[in-house]
Design a binder for this molecule. Structure first.
Ligand code: SF4
Length: 309
């Protein structure tokens, strides 16, 4: 994306604090996320990468959007329902989480957002917020709409989802999507031993009880991880071996661990290089934040004006 589009990548530390957290760990996690993103291939000369809290306009715009977002829309969000079920006392930040997301996107008037399938609903809410803001505060163009109303400028675009082939990575528990708060993730910079310790007991096709039982790859999360990490020929081999009980699930997971290693070794190597040169990380985040503050300032000048400030 960074070579095809003007791209902005945000490390969302204001979102992170909607879950219980330790301040010192937040600092470490923010840094670790920057290292992961840069090591995974983001090139600061080609895109902007920055920390959300370094651009205060995110929360300013989120507050303004809160005033036009219907409560019912927020309560209907699947992620809110799931997260709030897991907690006795639900902070308002979890409810308003997608409003801050809308601000993250619309602050840069982005028209495309790479998301997983689970985020499509949140993105739809961003589109709703964009439409509402435009119809309430967009400048009158002097023209008439098709139904005879007064046309307003579309200051904010309606951002569209850009889904990747791997639309949803389920967690190793096979129950819910990969999520740090569920403890079912594999991290980009995790050691091979640690990854194997998680992969080994990971849930597979529940009907494959004995080694001689044929399996159904499509219902198995390990198969979907193969599709994300393994070459096409390996994925086909996995399907054959599974449906004919040609191998056991541990054999299958060993091959997956190897495919993951092939992808993750260069990322880990680049991460180690970055950690040894912290100024490179600081420079990337500082230049990203400076550019985003400028873009955010331009948007907010218009937003404040149109909203009467
Ligand atoms: S053989 Fe592989 S794809 Fe089949 S059930 Fe076991 S882990 Fe899943």
């Amino acid at each position: 994306m960074q070579y095809e589009h003007e791209s902005i990548f945000c490390i969302v530390d204001y979102h992170a604090i909607t879950q219980p957290y330790e301040p010192e760990q937040l600092r470490e996690r923010r840094r670790a996320m920057a290292v992961s993103l840069l090591a995974a291939g983001l090139n600061p000369n080609q895109c902007s990468i920055f920390v959300q809290s370094q651009v205060p306009e995110h929360t300013e715009l989120a507050w303004m959007f809160n005033t036009i977002t219907p409560l019912g829309e927020l309560e209907r969000q699947t992620q809110f329902k799931e997260k709030s079920q897991r907690q006795e006392s639900v902070p308002a930040g979890i409810l308003n989480y997608p409003v801050l997301q809308a601000a993250d996107i619309l602050l840069y008037r982005a028209d495309m957002v790479p998301v997983g399938e689970d985020q499509v609903q949140h993105l739809e809410l961003s589109r709703v917020i964009s439409r509402r803001w435009n119809s309430s505060f967009g400048r009158l163009t002097g023209r008439r709409t098709a139904d005879g109303g007064e046309e307003r400028e579309e200051f904010f675009p309606e951002p569209k989802p850009l889904l990747t082939p791997t639309r949803r990575i389920m967690g190793l528990d096979g129950q819910s999507k990969m999520s740090k708060s569920m403890g079912n993730t594999v991290a980009l910079l995790e050691s091979p031993d640690s990854i194997w310790a998680k992969l080994r007991p990971a849930v597979t096709d529940p009907k494959r009880i004995k080694r001689t039982d044929p399996g159904t790859p499509e219902v198995c999360n390990i198969y979907h991880l193969h599709k994300a990490f393994s070459p096409v020929a390996t994925v086909e081999h996995v399907a054959t071996q599974c449906t004919t009980a040609g191998w056991g699930c541990i054999d299958c997971k060993k091959v997956l661990a190897e495919s993951m290693e092939t992808e993750l070794v260069p990322i880990r190597r680049r991460a180690a290089e970055l950690v040894a040169e912290p100024a490179r990380i600081d420079d990337a985040l500082a230049s990203g934040a400076a550019r985003c503050r400028r873009l955010a300032g331009e948007t907010m000048r218009v937003v404040r004006d149109r909203m009467g400030f």
